[in-house]
Design a binder for this molecule. Sequence first.
Ligand code: NAP
Length: 483
Amino acid sequence: MLDATRSWMREANLIGGDWVGADSGDTIDVTNKATGEVIGTVPAAGTAETERAIAAAAAAFPAFRDMPLMERCGLLWKLHDALMDNQKALAELLTVEMGKPLAEAMGEIAIGAQYVRWFAEEARRAKGEIVPAGVNGRRILVTKHAVGVVGMITPWNFPSSMLARKIAPALAVGCTVVAKPATATPYSGIAWGALCEEVGYPKGVVNVVTGSAREIAGALMADPRVRKITFTGSTEVGKELIRQSADTVKKVSMELGGNAPFLVFDDADLDAAVDGAMVSKFRNSGQTCVCANRIYVQAGIHDAFVAKLKAAVEALKVGDGREDGVTQGPMIDADAVEKVEAFVADAKAKGAEVVTGGGRHAKGGTFFEPTVVTGATQAMDFATEEIFGPLAPVFRFETEAEAIEMANATVYGLACYAYTKDLGRAFRLNEGLAYGMIGINSGLITTVEAPFGGVKESGLGKEGGSQGLEDYLETKYVCVDGI
Ligand code: NAP
């Protein structure tokens, strides 16, 4: 068992088994998002450091790929235990650098550990096929192989679990890793390097580099030894990485932005719908890719839903995520606050009514009041853009067909939700809604057993489920003849 009381705040990068600073010696400050205070620094690494990390990962790959499967799975089990043994310390660090309430951070570490365990199990089922040949004497074998060195770029909103969904399947099948965590929340990413080292991964298998996104990503994208890029972040950056991947024809997985519709029909269980909307909208202060972005409520239940939603929102407690009872932490930075303010101003100018909240919180800093607006329309900016903050716009609709049409009127297709007791409608929604994930009577759907991922401009590939392992494997076909 590892020391569960110690700090995981490492102010260095892990490259080829060594803990190092940037070549220039430059560093980047990391802040406590609730107080603004600087808590430490990380290396401001760039191209040269990333190239060394890629070289280390490429050198480590053949031996790691050939490590017996049960040894690789055994390392993942140890990694799972190390995460859970250190859950509290890792969660506290996450809360400080990201801002989310400690209970949510504890949950994030736990689901990260669950991904590790899931992929340790799935690796044993990375099966190929023997396919009937069209002619006698031939045998057709389809086999699965680790893709090689994987570059991973992750966002700040789930700084630990977004890496879990990439590192776990990669290590499970024998890939080696160069990870670049978000600059706002680097320690949770660096902690993965430290944990992997401590449980016994060979040098060079896991490398973590912090610093300039453009330089680190540029080096990863340009290098032909990096065979796969897995990115979670904005659609804008994802598109740029897809373009850059063309030069070396890399495999890509893209978990990008969302604009989730949340549909509430007249026949819904009202209390369940409000609970679902609360967890979907206000988890992580509205800063998740699967957050309800647009809440569409059928006319017959609209006013009752708004009244209950308002009461639930007013019961939220805003504050430092380490304080007891806090359910809403700060937003990640000043830009994020300004963006939500602009959405509120645009909606008001176009006729929406603020039912509760609506502005910066009295606590100052980047705290924002949990907000509900009604009278939302498709002409308002949040109808087509991702809010990424604690603002719940409520739209009114009359018919199922109208709700589906409005829900699909976006370039995004990540998650959506619907509350109804009508089974036939639930199936029609599944067929009609152009989204990668659908929660029927559930506002919290992420789970390790299921493939997480979007359609349209929300991404390519899946994380979790058996599909999440497939994304780290190449398929080979062998034709055996003449024997
Ligand atoms: P972001 O700005 O796209 O950043 C994500 C990562 O990309 C960070 O590590 C960032 O580095 C890096 N990056 C920034 N500019 C880059 C560039 N030009 N080239 C290469 N890398 C670059 O996104 P974010 O603001 O951190 O995260 C919020 C977005 O992520 C939202 O749109 C959200 O919906 C999406 N998201 C999607 C999922 C999903 O599973 N689909 C999950 C979570 C979040 P720096 O930190 O150094 O800038």
